[in-house]
Design a protein around this ligand. Structure first.
Ligand code: S3P
Length: 169
């Protein structure tokens, strides 16, 4: 493996958690989900953090957690969908491993997340149009951060993982 860690980035619902869990099985590397680490550290849900402390606080915790996770090597890190918004986070990612961008169409994302209430950004905005618009706003950030881009529409979890492993090894 060329670099130390594998970081999965991408919009909500592009499959980062599913793919990172499968990659762990295939590689036996340690796997960490940033959102789960945030929930554990703050001892409350992502929705509660947004509601009680606000998005800026969440983004600071997100940066702190990423920094902490990157003190170790050979990890698969499933990053929160908004982690690329801060330049500082992107720099840390690029300095510490391979950054894999997972993409999907707004319709696919909608189909995957529509029944889930755990994402504060989509609360009250659960429709394809909003998703499409936010995706567009973030597109350049995702592309700038990515070392490797993997389209996930119409592909199986195994196919996506194999594509990633061929490209990072
Ligand atoms: C967010 C994505 C979420 C989570 C938070 C904010 C975003 O992670 O970090 O709700 O701003 O895109 P997932 O991409 O894992 O859903």
């Amino acid at each position: 493996m060329k670099k130390k860690n594998i970081m999965l980035i991408g919009f909500m619902g592009t499959g980062k958690s599913t793919i990172s869990a499968k990659l762990r099985e295939k590689t036996r590397m340690e796997e960490v989900d940033m959102d789960a680490a945030i929930v554990e550290r703050e001892n409350c849900s992502i929705n509660e953090i947004f509601q009680n402390q606000g998005e800026a606080y969440f983004r600071q915790v997100e940066t702190d957690v990423l920094k902490e996770l990157l003190t170790e090597d050979h990890r698969i890190i499933s990053c929160g969908g908004g982690a690329v918004v801060k330049e500082e986070n992107v720099k840390m990612m690029k300095d510490n491993g391979s950054v894999i961008l997972l993409t999907a169409t707004a319709q696919t994302v909608f189909d995957r997340v529509k029944n889930n209430n755990d994402r504060p950004i989509l609360r009250g905005n659960m429709n394809v149009e909003f998703i499409q618009e936010l995706m567009k706003k973030r597109e350049a950030l995702y592309l700038r951060a990515a070392d490797i881009i993997i389209e996930t529409d119409e592909k199986s979890v195994d196919e996506i993982c194999d594509e990633i492993l061929i490209k990072v090894c």
